[in-house]
Design a protein around this ligand. Structure first.
Ligand SMILES: [Ca+2]
Ligand SMILES: [Ca+2]
Length: 161
């Protein structure tokens, strides 16, 4: 068996023997498996499914699921929430297309209220703008009343595991 320093039921280090322990069982503080990659942080163990925004408590890194890599929680820019060209204005158009919207990373666009998708996700623990909703608002433009995109933007922190 292996010493389990953080109590997450995964041990680490060299195999140890304990007299008087039934086969197939491990007492408190020990585990039958020795695959814990971070035995001083009980949130880090093989198969961890949650994501975290802070460094592991065993000297750093974000490999909370012990697969050897820092796996990002959010990888994509938002999709949808685009302005279709209308009444001969090609730049941003006027009519907001909200169908097919999915939240994602974003950067400021060409004006104060335009956001564009960012396909390059921030690193573990880093913060960036994130479009989480897409609605419309009506405004009077050169060629009449149209529905402009109303982006709901928050600051998101990249989680990892
Ligand atoms: Ca452990
Ligand atoms: Ca990982």
């Amino acid at each position: 068996m292996f010493t389990d320093g953080d109590g997450d039921n995964f041990g680490a280090g060299a195999s140890v023997n304990r007299c008087g322990t039934a086969a197939g069982a491990a007492p408190t503080g020990f585990s039958l498996v020795g695959t814990d990659c971070c035995d001083t942080d009980l949130n880090a163990f093989p198969g961890q499914t949650a994501y975290f925004t802070g460094l592991r408590g065993c000297g750093g890194g974000y490999d909370y699921n012990c697969n050897g890599a820092d796996n990002l929680q959010f990888t994509a820019g938002f999709t949808g929430c685009t302005h279709a060209s209308s009444c001969g204005v090609p730049a941003y158009g006027y009519e907001c297309v909200t169908t097919g919207f999915t939240p994602g990373w974003a950067n400021p666009g060409g004006s104060s209220f335009i956001w564009v998708a960012d396909a390059t996700p921030p690193a573990c623990g880093a913060m960036q703008s994130w479009v989480n909703t897409c609605n419309t608002w009506s405004g009077v433009f050169a060629c009449g009343v149209h529905n402009y995109c109303n982006f709901g933007v928050i600051t998101q922190t990249q989680g990892c595991r």
